[in-house]
Every structure is written in C-alpha cells, then in structure tokens.
Design a binder for this molecule. Structure first.
Ligand code: NAP
Ligand code: GDD
Length: 358
C-alpha cells in the first residue's frame, strides 16, 4: 500500500486552517496541525473532523507548538515528516497589530523564518523534499502603487502586520533562490466565510444582523466604512494554496476575485437580505479606526487562472448571503429563503451555536 501524503498546517485552528484540513483530508492526505496551548478550547473550527488518534481511521493529528518557539517547530518536523507545509499561523488582525506590533512581527515575520530554517535543515539532512506554502496577504500592497494589483506590483505595507508579511514574503523567495526550496507565496486578498473570526468586519456585520433579528442587539459600532476590499470565499482560496504546491515549479500567485466593494456595499446587501436598512443600526466608533488605512484593494488573478486553472466559484452577493444565513441559522433563526439550510457550513455551525464572542 502506498503511504498517504502527509501535510503539516500551522494555524490549523483558524478559518483557513479548518477549510484546508477538510480539503486535504478529502484528497486523501494525513493532516497534522500545530495548535497553541490555550486556557480555553481553541479547536471549535476543527472539532467536527477530529477523530481520536487511537482510532485506526484517524487522519488528523494535532501537536502543541507555537511559531514563536523554533525548537518545537524542529521537533514537530522530525516527528511528522511532512511533504507539504502550509504556514497559515499568524496574529492576523491588522488593527490589533498596531497594539501588539512586537508579538505580531514575531509570529508573522520571525515565525516564518523559524519554519523556513527548520525546513532547510531537515531537507539537507534527510534529502526529503518539503514543499512550503506561505500565507501572504494583499495587505502587503497597502498604499497601492498600481490598480489592479498583480504579482509584480510593488509592496507598500501600512501596518506592523503588513510589514511582517512583506518580510515573510521575501524570506520565502530568498529560501527558494538560495537553497532550492520548493517555496511558494500566495498573495491572498480578503476571503471570508461563516468561520471568519468574529472581529473582522464582514463577520462582525453578519453576526450583528443575526442578533438584531433575534432582538438581542440594537446597534453595531464600526470604524471606517469607505475602504474597499476584494472579498472572496475562503473555501475557494484554500484550494488555490494546494494547487500552488502541486505545480512543477514553485512560484508566487495573487489570489483574488478581481472585483472590489466598499464596506457600505457589504452592509447594503447584508441588511437588505433580512429586509432591514443598515442606516438604522450602524453607529460610528473611532476605536475601530487604524493609525494608517488601506483604502483600496483589488487583485488581478490572471496568473492563477492561467497557470493553476483557479477561479473563484462564489460571487460577492452569494458570499454575503451565505454568511448572513449561517449566522441566522447559528441562532436557530430561519434564513430568508425559508428552508433554513442555505449554509455550506452546517457541521461547523452545529458545533458553534452559543460559542461566539465579541
Ligand atoms: P485566523 O482565522 O486569524 O487564524 C490564525 C491562526 O493562526 C489560528 O489558528 C491561530 O491560533 C494561529 N496562530 C496565531 N498566533 C500563532 C502563533 N504564535 N503560533 C502558531 N499559531 C498561531 O486567520 P485566517 O483568516 O485563517 O488566515 C490564515 C493565514 O492567512 C494568516 O496567516 C493570515 O494572516 C493570512 N491571510 C488571511 C487572509 C484572509 O482574508 N483571511 C488574507 C490574506 C492572508 P488560535 O486559534 O489559537 O488563535
Ligand atoms: N475589523 C474591523 N472592525 N474593520 C473595520 C471596522 C470594524 O469595526 N469598521 C470598519 N472596518 C474596516 C477596516 O478599517 C478595514 O478598512 C476594513 O474594514 C476591513 O477590515 P478587516 O475585516 O479587519 O480586514 P483587513 O482587510 O484589515 O485584513 C484582513 O484581510 C487581509 C487581506 O487583505 C485580515 O484577514 C488580514 O489577516 C488579511 O491579510
């Protein structure tokens, strides 16, 4: 019997980590994930796919570790012997990165370097090729130098988070060129889902709508509504990560929808979906402003389409609606189409009713 391909995912408990795990399990992989030791459970997003490791059917295994702890990364690499590594772990909130710049840069920038070093050493000693995916971000374009943004658009980062991602990006290129590592940068534009962290703007809105409909929340407080983002569906984006590591040569790719929308458009679609007018519910709160803002992001996914055959499968309107429906469903409320089952994430939602926090 041929051995299953083994993948290691940092950030497996996050939005993308959970979708990528499901995707790789479907592809027949054995999946290993790095999880942080926390005082409360942090595996909500993957509980539905976790099987006790003693069960012979188990193909998902979790290991305690942290991107700020290089020794553990090396040990896990030795134990797991993965052939693909997806580096998704990060303090990923842009606003928070202004409050915690050192930690953000340590986990996002230095964390990537620690992992690359561990891989270089492991590959040199064992001769086993490890393919590496780095979770790069459209935030690296920041104050955009070109519209739309492509793989060759110069970076102009506008936050500690984005600066750290630029560092991680160039280290990934550098390890590819210096040590012949199969290392790819995905430059992913915003991607959302019902599993999106509750403090990112899309999910904050859809979750608030469900509570407003349920009568447990009256207002939603937001910051800058003028910025524009290229929003796609997270499930589509994890497929792109995998495709990058299946190519003959390592390369860097922009993953985006090619459309941009203002936050007010998201509000319009989301509130109208439940027959409400967002102007009656949204209040401004300066706490959500950032010291420097990224005003406009719009990516050109032409290279990914041509070389990876990748295209987004969910439109902006569908994305907004599926997120609103999922949050309504999580509170036991029927979605507007009446059948209460529009969500693509039913298993996850069942696991999370009542466990969401501000
Ligand atoms: P997310 O939901 O915030 O998940 C982040 C993951 O990183 C969580 O599993 C978190 O663990 C883990 N993590 C945080 N600090 C860590 C550390 N010091 N060591 C190890 N793990 C750590 O993020 P996401 O939306 O899934 O995004 C995945 C990756 O893509 C991130 O690197 C993000 O920066 C990048 N990205 C995201 C987008 C997007 O729109 N979603 C776009 C471009 C790039 P806990 O669960 O314990 O907190
Ligand atoms: N989070 C948040 N909360 N953002 C708000 C709010 C609010 O109350 N009000 C307005 N915004 C605006 C932000 O100022 C920003 O312009 C926009 O909404 C989107 O903010 P986020 O949803 O927090 O996402 P982001 O674009 O800053 O960062 C996300 O996408 C990046 C890719 O471009 C994160 O997932 C990053 O990790 C990712 O790299």
């Amino acid at each position: 019997m041929t051995q299953r391909k083994r993948a290691l995912i940092t950030g497996i408990t996050g939005q993308d980590g959970s979708y990528l795990s499901e995707f790789l399990l479907e592809q027949g992989y054995e999946v290993h994930g790095l999880i942080r030791r926390t005082s409360t459970f942090n595996t909500d997003r993957i509980d539905h796919i976790y099987v006790d490791p003693h069960n012979p059917q188990a193909r998902l295994f979790l290991h305690y570790g942290d991107l700020t702890d290089g020794t553990t990364l090396r040990r896990i690499l030795e134990e797991v012997k993965p052939v693909e590594i997806y580096n998704l772990g990060a303090q990923s909130h842009v606003r928070v990165s202004f409050d915690s710049p050192e930690y953000t840069v340590d986990s996002v920038g230095m964390g990537t370097l620690r992992l690359l070093e561990a891989i270089r050493d492991y590959q040199q000693r064992t001769g086993i090729e490890v393919r590496f995916y780095q979770a790069g971000s459209s935030e690296m374009f920041g104050k955009v130098q070109e519209v739309p943004q492509t793989e060759t658009t110069p970076f102009y980062p506008r936050s500690p988070y984005a600066c750290a991602k630029v560092y991680a990006h160039w280290q990934t290129v550098n390890y590819r060129e210096s040590y012949n590592l199969f290392a790819c940068n995905g430059i992913l534009f915003n991607h959302e889902s019902p599993r999106r962290g509750e403090t990112f703007v899309t999910r904050k809105i859809t979750r608030a709508i469900a509570r407003i409909v349920a009568g447990t929340q009256k207002k939603i407080y937001l910051g800058n509504l003028d910025s524009k983002r290229d929003w796609g569906y997270a499930k589509d984006y994890v497929r792109a990560m995998w495709l990058m590591l299946q190519q003959e040569q390592p390369d860097d790719y922009v993953i985006a929808t090619g459309e941009t929308h203002a936050i007010t458009e998201f509000l319009d679609l989301a509130f109208t979906h439940v027959n409400l007018d967002w102007h009656d519910y949204v209040e401004f709160d300066e706490r959500y402003l950032r010291p420097a803002e990224v005003d406009l992001l719009i990516g050109d996914p032409a290279k990914a389409k041509k070389q990876l055959g990748w295209e987004p499968s969910v439109t902006f309107e569908e994305l907004v609606h599926l997120m609103v429906d999922a949050d309504l469903q999580a509170l036991g409320l029927a979605s507007p189409n009446g059948d209460g089952s529009t969500s693509l994430d039913n298993a996850y939602i069942r696991h999370n009713v009542g466990s969401m926090v501000d």
